[in-house]
Design a protein around this ligand. Structure first.
Ligand code: DP6
Length: 324
């Protein structure tokens, strides 16, 4: 067996969400997205090539073989990597999340970014950061954004070559900015993002959302570059609600929120009324991310934990995917 390559990547939280893709197997998003790569929520993945006579990939996630769906998705991804490398050997992949498995934090962004880096190196692919981001996107659209660190933009593109992520600002740019994650529910989402991206095309709200994104993304970029939390937070909140409007108006509709989601949103509005800068954003699930300043983080986390009755994790900007 060839030598083991170990890579690590952070999850990310999107301020402008990716929701809706082009038909096909390349995860080409319909819109640009902008996110912050996270520091504490990380995946560490080891990849090694097996002997030529091995009949399949050997995969372990958090110490156990993955379910059928995850295993299939990872093998398909490894097939894409093998095709790019022009090689046939199967691989052994061992992956560990820093955050509790199945706690409702998307692990596919950090997971596929770490796997893209580890597997590309194991198969001898010489790829720069843009190419690694394209490869990660083949596993999960949002994983493309976990290849660079700090503040990141994913170009949608209409072909594989055009769709990759690039940094907007490094991880050290805004140390005051925190992402608090209210773990409203630990259940697995009933409808996958992959299915949601397809259903987005059935929503009457999608055209309005796509038309609004260039202006909103401008405000998000300026908010990041000027370290202006109100500018970033208002635009990020607006974008999350716009994405959920698309979900709610898909056919069939997708409702990812629970009672705790609304409680957390109300808690954020309550904090803002009292002059504390906090803004929510929500992915394809019930958990609520709250953007706030480091100096207010303990107070905001305590208040949300008390009002919603849930655990709250604290994170901030982190580095990009790398070999460790
Ligand atoms: C709502 O297709 O990247 O988080 O691979 O299932 O994790 P999975 O999702 P992906 O879609 C991400 C959707 C989102 C918004 C975002 O992160 O941009």
């Amino acid at each position: 067996m060839a030598s083991n390559v170990i890579a690590r990547a952070g999850a990310n939280i999107a301020f402008i969400k990716y929701w809706g893709n082009r038909p096909g197997a390349d995860n080409l998003p319909l819109n640009l997205s902008i996110s912050m790569t996270l520091f504490a929520c990380v995946t560490t993945t080891a990849a090694a090539l097996l002997d030529e006579n091995a009949s399949g990939d050997e995969i372990r996630l958090d110490g156990a073989p993955p379910g059928e769906k995850s295993a299939g998705r990872i093998c398909l991804f490894l097939d894409r990597v093998r095709r790019i490398a022009g090689r046939k050997e199967r691989a052994r992949v061992t992956s560990q999340n820093s955050f509790p498995t199945g706690c409702g934090i998307a692990s596919s962004a950090s997971g596929f970014a770490a796997l893209a880096v580890a597997a590309s190196a194991a198969y001898g692919i010489r790829a720069d950061a843009a190419e690694l981001s394209r490869i990660a996107r083949l596993g999960s659209g949002s994983a493309a954004r976990s290849v660079p660190g700090g503040f990141v933009e994913l170009h949608p593109g209409s072909a594989h070559e055009e769709s990759f992520a690039e940094p907007i600002a490094p991880e050290t740019h805004w140390p005051e900015l925190c992402d608090l994650i209210a773990l409203v529910s630990r259940e697995e989402k009933p409808v996958s993002s992959a299915e949601g991206h397809r259903l987005a095309r059935t929503s009457e709200a999608l055209a309005g959302r796509l038309a609004a994104i260039p202006d909103r993304a401008g405000r998000v970029r300026q908010g990041i570059l000027r370290r202006d939390l109100a500018l970033l937070g208002e635009a990020a909140e607006e974008d999350a609600l716009s994405m959920h409007a698309v979900m709610l108006t898909s056919r069939p509709p997708l409702i990812y929120w629970s009672a705790g989601t609304l409680e957390a949103m109300r808690a954020v509005y309550g904090l803002r009324k009292r002059g504390i800068e906090a803004y929510f954003t929500i992915d394809a699930g019930p958990n609520v991310h709250v953007l706030t300043r480091k100096k207010d983080a303990v107070r905001v986390a305590d208040e949300i934990a008390r009002e919603v009755g849930c655990e709250v994790l604290t994170d901030h900007a982190g580095p990009g995917a790398r070999i460790v």
